[in-house]
Design a protein around this ligand. Structure first.
Ligand code: ADP
Ligand code: MG
Length: 256
């Protein structure tokens, strides 16, 4: 039987209905010596609004490349990506692809990717102002987003004064402040201990359940499966398995 988590969001979805992303036949090759190495070998992929979709696979299997192809960062040689109201993302101009990403996608990376010179608050307001919010509105929204990840008391700290777990929570606040329809997380817990990893994966779970985002989380840590609605395994550039499951939001990541 197909397991479907109870979602509480009331988003108006794009023309692809429950699907935030539907991709078909993605092929990505990189130049290697005299020839090419095929990293994605004809991948079909989809992800639903409100789902935490976990993409698992060993290092080098093509997970980060898949996220890049789905989010308009790295053009595949073959295949198409339909997302939200866009048919065939890669047919758009570069400017429109960038605009799509800015308007609708959030990103979280293993290495946090914060600006060293900016405070936690500025990390978030900068993105919101870039999106067109007034300084006042950006500050209000950023303060809320940081409070939501439990950093209401750390607004004026720069990354050098924050722990790894706090840095990743800033990155999550920055990604969620614009209420993205799609949230990409690439190994978001890999640099964190169990306790902080658990805080992060629970926040991603909430982004799916409470905000209705399609959360696509790439990881090689099988323990994160517990929080997923769906687990897709990728091996050597092909989808090896794809299963729905019932998430356990109370699961714990034992420290190791
Ligand atoms: P994963 O995220 O699953 O660890 P990646 O998608 O990063 O895997 O990489 C898959 C394969 O593609 C690896 O062998 C990697 O070395 C290769 N690769 C990734 N990006 C590039 C690039 N820009 N140029 C050449 N090879 C690359
Ligand atoms: Mg990777």
């Amino acid at each position: 039987p197909v397991a479907k988590s109870a979602t509480v969001h009331t988003k108006v979805h794009g023309k692809h209905g429950d699907f935030a992303i539907e991709a078909k036949g993605l092929v990505k090759r990189f130049k290697s010596g005299k020839g090419y190495v095929e990293v994605l070998k004809g991948v079909d992929f989809d992800a639903r609004h409100g789902d935490l979709t976990m993409v698992m696979g060993p290092s080098g299997s093509g997970k980060s490349t898949l996220i890049a192809a789905l989010s308009g960062l790295l053009k595949p040689e073959e295949g198409r990506v339909d997302c939200l109201d866009v048919d065939d993302l890669w047919k758009l101009s570069n400017g429109k692809i960038d605009k799509f990403r800015l308007d609708h996608c959030g990103f979280i990376f293993q290495g946090f990717n914060l600006f060293p010179a900016l405070t936690a608050l500025q990390q978030v307001t900068t993105v919101l102002k870039f999106q067109g919010l007034s300084p006042g509105a950006a500050k209000k929204r950023a303060t809320e987003a940081l409070a939501e990840v439990g950093l209401g008391h750390r607004l004026n700290q720069r990354p050098s004064a924050l722990s790894g777990g706090e840095k990743q929570r800033v990155a999550i606040a920055r990604a969620l402040a614009k209420d993205p329809k799609i949230l990409f997380a690439d190994e978001p817990t890999s640099a964190l201990d169990g306790e902080n990893g658990q805080v992060v994966i629970r926040l991603l779970r909430r982004a799916a359940t409470e905000h209705g985002a399609a959360v696509i989380c790439v990881t090689h840590d099988p323990r994160l499966e517990a929080w997923a609605d769906r687990v897709i395994k990728i091996e050597d550039g092909i989808i090896a398995s794809d299963e729905r499951r019932i998430p356990d939001p109370t699961a714990t990541l034992a420290s190791h």
